[in-house]
Design a protein around this ligand. Structure first.
Ligand code: SF4
Length: 274
C-alpha cells in the first residue's frame, strides 16, 4: 500500500484536466498534480496559456497543488527539448521523427523530459520501490489501449481514475466535466513540433498558426541539413516522407480520414497528449 503523496501526471489536455476537476470537486482523492514542462519553447503555446490562465488558478482556488516541473541540468540551468534539438553541433534526435515508411522512430523525449522529471519529484518526496507513489493517469475509455503500452516505473503504482469511474469515462465525458466546472476545453497537449501529431492537427496549425507551422518546417529542415552532413537519410515531422510544407495542406482542404492512425498518434506513458 502506497504511503507517499498520490499525484496525477498532468498533461494539460482534456483527460487530465477532467481529473483536475474531479479532484477539485472531491470526487477523486488527488491533492497534487504534476505538469512536466518540456520547455516554454517546446510545449504548445496554447497548452501553456491554458495552464497559466485556467488550470493553475482553478487548482489554487480549490486547494489543489499544481506543480510545473522542468528538466534542470547539473549546473542548475533549465534544459528544454527544443534547446536539445537545436543546440549547435548536436547529433541528438530525441523526438519520434518519421522514417521514410512513415513510422515514428525511437524517442527519448518522453522519458527525459516527462517521466524522469515527475519521477524525480516523487522520489524526492519518498516514493520508492518499497513505498511507491500512487500516480493518476488520464486515460479515457476511448484510448484504453494506451494502458497496455504504458511503461511502469518501480516507484509508482499507476491508477486510471477515468477508467475506474462507474461508468468509465470517454473523452467527450471529460469535456462535459470540464464544461460543467465552467472551464474552457483545453487544446490537445503536446510539443508543438511533435511528429506524432496527426495530419489534421498539422493542417489546423498551418491554417490557424502559420508562424508556428513555419517554425516546424524550419526545424525539419535543420534536422535534415545535419543528417545530410552525416550521410544519413532524411527524417520527417509528418508521415508522408516529404517536407511538411509539401505534405500538409491547410486544414480546410484536409480530407476526412487523414486523422486515423491507431496506435501511433499518441505518446506512450500518457505524459503527452492527455
Ligand atoms: S509531445 Fe511528442 S515531442 Fe513532446 S515529449 Fe511527447 S513524444 Fe516527445
Amino acid at each position: 500500500m502506497a504511503t507517499s503523496i498520490p499525484a496525477v501526471a498532468y498533461g494539460g489536455g482534456v483527460q487530465s484536466t477532467a481529473l483536475l476537476v474531479l479532484a477539485a470537486t472531491g470526487r477523486i482523492n488527488f491533492p497534487t498534480f504534476l505538469f512536466a514542462n518540456t520547455g516554454d519553447d517546446s510545449e504548445d503555446p496554447a497548452t501553456l496559456a491554458y495552464l497559466q490562465r485556467y488550470a493553475k488558478p482553478y487548482a489554487a482556488a480549490h486547494g489543489i497543488e499544481l506543480h510545473e516541473l522542468r528538466r534542470v541540468r547539473r549546473d542548475g540551468a533549465v534544459e528544454t527539448l527544443w534547446g536539445r534539438l537545436t543546440r549547435d553541433g548536436s547529433r541528438s534526435l530525441p523526438i519520434p521523427v518519421r522514417m521514410s515508411n512513415g513510422a515514428p522512430g525511437t524517442r527519448s523525449c518522453t522519458a527525459d523530459f516527462k517521466i524522469m522529471i515527475i519521477g524525480k519529484w516523487l522520489k524526492q518526496r519518498g516514493a520508492s520501490r518499497d513505498d511507491p507513489a500512487t500516480v493518476g493517469i488520464g486515460i479515457s475509455l476511448d484510448e484504453i489501449e494506451r494502458v497496455n503500452r504504458r511503461m511502469g516505473m518501480p516507484y509508482e503504482i499507476p491508477v486510471y481514475p477515468l477508467l475506474d469511474h462507474d461508468p468509465p469515462l470517454r473523452r467527450h465525458d471529460c469535456a462535459g466535466i470540464i464544461a460543467a466546472a465552467k472551464l474552457p476545453i483545453p487544446p490537445k497537449s503536446a510539443c508543438w513540433f511533435c511528429p506524432l501529431k496527426s495530419p489534421r492537427r498539422w493542417g489546423e496549425m498551418r491554417r490557424d498558426r502559420p508562424s508556428l507551422f513555419r517554425s516546424a518546417c524550419d526545424l525539419e529542415a535543420l534536422l535534415n541539413a545535419r543528417r545530410n552532413m552525416l550521410g544519413k537519410d532524411p527524417v520527417w515531422l509528418s508521415r508522408y516522407n516529404r517536407p511538411l510544407v509539401d505534405a500538409i495542406p491547410g486544414a480546410q482542404q484536409t480530407l476526412p480520414g487523414l486523422d486515423g492512425e491507431p496506435g501511433v498518434g499518441l505518446c506512450d506513458n500518457s505524459s503527452c497528449f492527455t
